[in-house]
Design a protein. Structure first.
Length: 164
């Protein structure tokens, strides 16, 4: 998926959009919002150090929702060393978004994502993660291109789905 992202205009590639929506679970987003989402993705895809706050605010302007997870997914496909935020990750790290209005929720989401980004690197050098990675590489040998952050993302997501 990342190769397609870098080599094609994703605003015009219906196969890419369908795969992305399915993989990252963007189904609840309205079609016009998805179109804008892919425009942002296309616009940002060659940048490095994408601002989570900027993406979060851009998506809010489009959807009128604080799209914590969708913002992180957009960033993580461009910068694979950046983590995905979702409800499973929130439970694992015991980080919760708070706020009664847009400004408070956006500030809280930016703080949460910064906490997540700070929490991930130390995990990637633990013996537990290295063991997990060895097992992951054996079970999924065709995924050697994945970053350690993506392996952790998939593992947390998979474990969280089983635990509920």
């Amino acid at each position: 998926m990342r190769e397609t992202l870098l080599n094609k205009d994703v605003t015009k590639d219906e196969d890419f959009k369908r795969s992305f929506v399915t993989f990252f679970k963007l189904h609840r987003m309205k079609k016009e919002h998805k179109d804008c989402y892919f425009e942002i993705l296309e616009q940002e895809k060659t940048k490095f150090c994408i601002s989570y706050s900027t993406i979060l605010n851009e998506l809010f302007d489009i959807t009128q929702r604080v799209e914590t997870s969708f913002s992180s997914k957009l960033i993580s496909i461009i910068e694979p060393n950046r983590p995905v935020w979702n409800s499973i990750v929130a439970k694992y790290f015991s980080i919760q978004r708070i706020g009664n209005n847009k400004i408070e929720r956006i500030k809280s989401s930016v703080k949460m994502y910064a906490q997540l980004e700070a929490a991930v690197p130390p995990l990637l050098v633990t013996s537990e993660f290295l063991e997990l990675k060895m097992h992951f590489d054996k079970v999924f040998p065709k995924t050697k291109y994945l970053t350690d952050t993506k392996i952790l993302d998939f593992s947390l997501w998979g474990a969280g789905r089983r635990v509920g």
